[in-house]
Design a binder for this molecule. Structure first.
Ligand code: MSP
Length: 663
């Protein structure tokens, strides 16, 4: 093999290759989105990356569906691969190579590997008498079967097979695989997966059947066309084909071993965590640096989401839903789905996927926190510095330090594949940015004629948004680009590079271009009402409560003077919490432009979540006599439309300064 050159090794990142009997679903999309984010991150750090995904075509179940479709397997797979490519493009997945197991190069490598292991004696011929799960394409031992001879993974009935077959001597590598895993804690991650694999290994690896009777589709066994290579053996070899194993020594030296192989937890213990390392050891190859098994998306009822359970989540439909409900662009909706998947659940753990959760995060995280910071900063730049971000020193509000701290945290999270932690860190920075606007009150600086300070504050804000966009770009590439566009950065020809996360490196004199809001707010109250009308979770009581109350006949006229007694003001909800012992009341901390924010107790808990309200602008009756409600002193009232159960908050239709009078 060629010796490796001085060139930095290419970062080689893989997803599993997917069975193309059906279109991509939430599980396959999850792994591929995660891998894409990681690839984007390392590219932004200037690394040479090879990110690979692909299609696993020789499975029995693929062949069955192909036959039912009336197309031959090849034509069927060609069609399905097109669907995958389209889906990945739509989901902003920028793979470098899409490998198909039916391509010649791969078939050649599979034959070569098989021949090599036959020659070394690691593959031998024998008779297979045992169990096989067709949907999972898995050979099973008697003691692994579930009740009534069912598959431990998919719970469907398994069938028996009796045939002359070829076996891979996995048992010979059991101890060595165990030693490797024990000595290299980063080899199998997260920790829980490592423990699962180790306990699987403690039972000892059994020799694995790696062939089956030739169904006329697959890679034939070298010298024995009556059999084809077992689909998993065939599929795992894709990682070698891409690296040029046996084809291109220079490429192999540049790529091997893979830096990161991602997959769902179901295909870790039996395949990627044991069979795959055993195959590599038999071939005398180095093991991957890290194999990461993520968790499953479950339905709201706690079942795994899968085609066989009929509860699939179609990522395309989720994207369409976001567009429909918010009116954002498809690119933004795709990024919102990507964001939701990585923010909602710690990578490695299981989580429940829900459309309501997705729309909720769109409103609270994207529209309220991120969108709000951008949408209030740009008008201030337009208003006070003619739309041009002037070069200035740091605004002295401590934002630059927080930016630097966030970048460090984000880097540590990327290294640990902690997407959620990384996004949380960025969101803390966004919250600090929003607070910075409130505290430094650019409108006051303007009124006081403090122009140097005002320029510096606005520069700090724009710079913080710029760095947040860089940090978010791997997860939300279109959103990041749009933010840069609005900050006037794209015109400067500036590329998004991670090294530009340094605070204060916003180039001088960027001219902002305020566009449409990137994240138009979703009307959650209307959404809930529609859901109720559609009979979802509706009770007679709830529906009664949501009806507009009858106009009270006793309401009389008030004079203009009486109306003028009302002190209505714009307030900004800084914090919200439930009031103990009741499920109706929330305790809000509201900035109404005074020295100290006020506490207001409001009956909003049945209709609004705490998360939804934080950051929201509201209208407050500021001169209502204080009252103690459930032990909390309330200093005002928040206006909302609706009857006993509020339906909608009364909010200004554009950003106002807290304390602004409402007439
Ligand atoms: N073809 C094999 C992989 C061969 S790799 C050498 C395969 N293909 S698959 O199409 O079934 O892809 C399954 C992938 O989707 C796995 O990583 C699996 O864990 C993931 N998911 C399937 N359903 C899932 C959820 N509900 N949640 C998260 N991921 C799950 O297996």
């Amino acid at each position: 093999m060629a010796t490796s050159s001085l060139k930095q090794k290419t970062r080689y990142i893989t997803t599993p290759i997917y069975y193309v009997n059906a279109s991509p679903h939430i599980g396959t999309t999850y792994t591929t989105v995660a891998a894409d984010c990681i690839a984007r991150y390392w590219r932004m750090r200037g690394e040479d990356v090879l990110f690979v995904t692909g299609s696993d075509e020789h499975a029995q179940k693929v062949m069955q569906v192909a036959e039912e479709s009336g197309l031959g397997p090849q034509a069927f797979c060609d069609q399905m691969v097109e669907a995958y490519l389209g889906a990945w493009e739509r989901m902003h997945i920028g793979y470098d190579r899409f490998i198909r197991t039916s391509e010649d190069e791969h078939r050649q490598v599979v034959s070569a590997v098989f021949a090599k292991l036959l020659e070394s004696g690691d593959i031998y011929k024998d008779t297979y008498e045992g169990w096989y799960c067709v949907p999972c394409e898995t050979y099973l031992r008697e003691d692994e079967l579930g009740e009534g001879n069912t598959c431990p993974d998919c719970a469907r009935e398994v069938s028996t097979l009796g045939q002359e077959a070829y076996f891979f001597r996995a048992s010979a590598y059991s101890n060595e695989v165990m030693r490797e895993i024990e000595s290299r804690p980063e080899l199998i991650a997260p920790e829980s997966r490592r423990n699962e694999v180790l306990s699987f290994l403690r039972q000892g690896l059994q020799d694995t059947c790696v062939s089956r009777a030739n169904p006329g589709w697959g890679v034939e066994i070298p010298g024995d066309p009556s059999q084809t290579v077992y689909v998993w053996f065939d599929a795992l070899i894709n990682y070698l084909t891409v690296a040029g194993y046996g084809l291109d020594d220079g490429k192999m030296a540049q790529l091997w071993p893979p830096d990161l192989q991602l997959m769902g937890k179901d295909i870790m213990p039996r395949f990627h965590g044991t069979l795959w390392p055993a195959m590599l050891l038999a071939l005398g190859l180095e093991l991957p640096r890290t194999l990461f098994g993520h968790g499953w998306w479950m339905s709201a009822t706690g079942d795994k989401i899968s085609k066989s359970k009929g509860n699939v989540v179609d990522p395309n439909a989720e994207v369409d839903l976001v567009v429909e409900e918010s009116g954002c662009t498809t690119d933004v909706a795709v990024d919102a789905v990507r964001y939701y998947m990585l923010r909602e659940v710690t990578f490695g753990l299981d989580g429940a996927f829900s459309s309501e959760g997705l729309l909720g995060r769109f409103n609270s995280d994207l529209a309220n926190d991120l969108g709000n910071l951008l949408n209030r900063t740009l008008p201030l730049i337009e208003r006070y510095v003619d739309g041009t971000i002037k070069a200035a020193g740091p605004g002295g509000g401590g934002l630059a330090e927080q930016v630097e701290d966030t970048v460090q945290r984000a880097e540590a999270c990327w290294a640990a594949l902690d997407f959620r932690g990384m996004l949380e860190a960025v969101w803390e920075l966004l919250a600090a940015g929003n607070k910075f606007v409130d505290e430094r009150a650019p409108w006051d600086l303007h009124k006081q004629g403090k122009h140097v300070e005002l320029t510096a504050v606005l520069y700090d804000l724009a710079d913080t948004i710029r760095v947040a966009a860089i940090m978010l770009a791997p997860v939300m590439p279109s959103v990041a680009e749009e933010i840069w566009q609005q900050l006037g950065l794209t015109e400067n020809g500036t590329q998004m590079r991670w090294e530009d996360c340094e605070a204060g490196s916003l180039p001088p004199d960027c001219v902002v271009h305020r566009g449409q809001p990137i994240f138009p707010r979703i009307d959650m109250a209307q959404l809930r009402q529609r859901a109720a009308e559609n009979g979802e979770a509706e009770t007679a009581e709830a529906s009664e409560a949501s009806k507009p109350e009858k106009k009270s006949e006793g309401i009389g006229m008030i004079s203009f003077d009486e109306f003028q007694k009302l002190d209505l003001r714009v307030g900004k909800v800084l914090d919200a919490d439930r009031v103990e012992g009741t499920d109706k009341l929330l305790q809000l901390t509201v900035d109404v432009g005074e020295d100290e924010p006020r506490t207001v107790v409001a009956g909003l808990a049945e209709a609004f979540s705490v998360r939804e309200l934080i950051g929201e602008q509201v209208v407050v009756v500021a001169n209502l006599e204080p009252a103690t409600i459930r032990g909390v002193q309330s200093q005002g009232m928040v206006l909302a439309a609706g009857g006993k159960v509020p339906q909608a908050l009364i909010i200004p239709d554009r950003d106002c300064e807290p304390g602004e009078k409402v007439r």
